[in-house]
Design a protein around this ligand. Structure first.
Ligand SMILES: NC(=O)c1ccc[n+]([C@@H]2O[C@H](COP(=O)([O-])OP(=O)(O)OC[C@H]3O[C@@H](n4cnc5c(N)ncnc54)[C@H](O)[C@@H]3O)[C@@H](O)[C@H]2O)c1
Ligand SMILES: C[N+](C)(C)CC=O
Length: 488
């Protein structure tokens, strides 16, 4: 049984409960882990509080913290194959994707290790004679971090690396269904020499462990990646002590294709935009908007290609997409497809579970295409988080900008056109945290990531992703103190 990590000790849950972790490809149990609850969360918060208030981490010189974080990156690369295997067993994603994720994750730790000692504060132009004024950044304190199941370790790395570099202490809670790589990386964090109590790992349900992190008054910051409704509940719980919040939520991301784009590239990338990782990507291009004049040909090309997507075991060569994460999640996707049909969208591909005998133990769903879609449909507005594409038509630039912005979300979007001036004009008009021109999906440690509107609050990655884990302090010094003489 794999344990939790609290105050530098590997420990079972206080209740003694455990949870079986299942491979969504075949429903085999791949591990049994400790299942914590509020009590375990409180123990971890207490450890993180003491480590922040009385421990050495926040006083450790920034370059030394950076060196330890760089060592974590090196250990991730050393154990890349083991980590990738665990990620694929946990999520069903292909091993090639998982290996790519591990490279990305190592690069996030490397990037923040490099930033660790670059903050020089700021000397401010004080308008008061005989004074000095500086702004300095300090760690926030105890940070609660809650992560989802679709990119378990990647999303954890975006939180762990900057929080550590900035000198905070941490209680992290991975999704209860995909904890394996976060457990393994906690071992690597221990091996790298992070002092006890600085990183604490609690496993268990969101409604118990996650809620406790959000509501507890000794947690100074809560960083969450996951769904909209969970984000709302976390925001409410965080109001107990007005803790700082960072929310990375969902998306319903438009992929806009103008007639003057490169047709074959746009078709190929439209498939990748929505069906990569079975559509379980926050920034999936699930909403395709195609200019009228090429709409029918574009749809034909998509329908032809989508039938050839190879579903299978993520460990098999040639598999292009794994299963959905769980039976429950597949039912949610099926329910949305039924809604789409009822709303009058035209089912052009998929819309059912695959019949292949070899896939029957996994939570597979066929890549699905709906056409004749319009903005008022729920299938167009709501995040399905599965392999379901809706296609809409447009005829003018103004129209497509209005359509693309017409959702509660604002995470990401893409524009395809060889008229770069037009593409830049449209990109500027999109109310989204990330806009890709003639591409889809790139994200990297150097660039900020986050959402406009209901896709979230705050940014991860980049310099901003580090600033989220700091408080900004103004220090003012009177260099020639005199009595004020106000009170006679
Ligand atoms: N914006 C981004 O960068 C980004 C990245 C990945 C995933 N996501 C979003 O995540 C969602 C899918 O992930 P999910 O199904 O794991 O999301 P989820 O909201 O169900 O769960 C996310 C995490 O929150 C925990 N949780 C659940 N209820 C909680 C509560 N009441 N209090 C505190 N924590 C609680 C879960 O245990 C899990 O660890 C999608 O909406 C997707 O768009 C967003
Ligand atoms: C942020 N990203 C794209 C890595 C994962 C979203 O689900």
């Amino acid at each position: 049984m794999t344990k939790m990590y609290i105050n530098g000790e590997w420990t079972a849950s206080i209740s003694g409960k455990t949870r079986d972790i299942m491979n969504p490809f075949n429903q085999e149990i791949v591990a049994t882990v400790a299942e914590g609850n509020e009590q375990d969360a409180r123990a971890a918060i207490a450890a993180a509080r003491t480590a922040f208030d009385d421990g050495p981490w926040r006083h450790t010189p920034a370059n030394e913290r950076g060196a330890i974080v760089a060592k974590i990156a090196a250990l991730i690369l050393r154990d890349k194959e083991e980590l990738a295997t665990l990620e694929s067993l946990d999520t069903g994603k292909t091993i090639i994707e998982s290996r790519g994720d591990m490279e990305d994750i190592a690069s996030v730790f490397q990037y923040y290790a490099g930033l660790a000692d670059k903050d020089q504060g700021e000397v401010l132009a004080s308008p008061i004679p005989d004074s000095k004024s500086i702004a300095v950044r300090e760690p926030v304190g105890v940070c609660g971090q809650i992560t989802p199941w679709n990119y378990p370790l990647l999303q954890a790395s975006w939180k762990l690396a900057p929080a550590l570099v900035a000198g905070n202490t941490i209680v992290i809670k991975p999704s209860e269904i995909t904890p394996l790589t976060t457990i393994k990386v906690t071992e690597l964090i221990e091996e790298a020499g992070v002092p006890k109590g600085v990183v604490n790992l609690v496993l268990g349900k969101g409604s118990e462990v996650g809620h406790e992190l959000a509501i507890h008054r000794d947690v100074d910051l809560i960083s969450f990646t996951g769904g909209l409704e969970t984000g709302r509940s976390i925001m409410q719980a965080a109001s107990t002590n007005f803790k700082k919040i960072a929310l990375e939520l969902g998306g319903k991301n438009p992929n806009i294709v103008f007639a003057d784009s490169d047709f074959d590239t746009a078709v190929d990338q439209a498939l990748n935009a929505v069906y990569f990782h079975a559509g379980q990507v926050c920034s999936a291009g699930a909403r395709l908007l195609v200019e009228d004049s090429i709409h029918d040909d574009f749809v034909e090309a998509l329908v032809e290609r989508v039938k050839r997507i190879k579903l299978g075991n993520g460990f098999d060569e040639g598999t292009e997409s794994g299963p959905l994460i769980s039976a429950e999640h597949r039912e949610k996707v099926e329910n949305y497809v039924a809604i789409g049909v009822k709303e009058g969208a035209m089912l052009r591909a998929g819309g059912k579970r695959p019949e292949d005998e070899a896939l029957q133990n996994g939570f597979f769903y066929e890549p699905t295409i709906f056409t004749n879609c319009h903005s008022s449909m729920r299938i167009v507005q709501e995040e399905v988080f599965g392999p379901v594409l809706t296609v809409e038509r447009f005829s003018t630039e103004e129209e497509v900008i209005t359509l693309a912005n017409n959702t509660i979300y604002g995470l990401a979007g893409a524009v395809w056109s060889n008229d770069i001036v037009k593409a830049e004009r449209v990109a500027a008009a999109l109310r989204m945290g990330t806009v890709w021109i003639n591409d889809f999906h790139p994200y990297f440690a150097q660039a900020p990531w986050g959402g406009y509107k209901q896709s979230g609050i705050g940014r991860e990655l980049g310099k901003t992703g580090l600033e989220e884990y700091t408080e900004l302090k103004h220090v003012y010094q009177n260099t020639n103190p005199q009595p004020v003489g106000w009170f006679k």
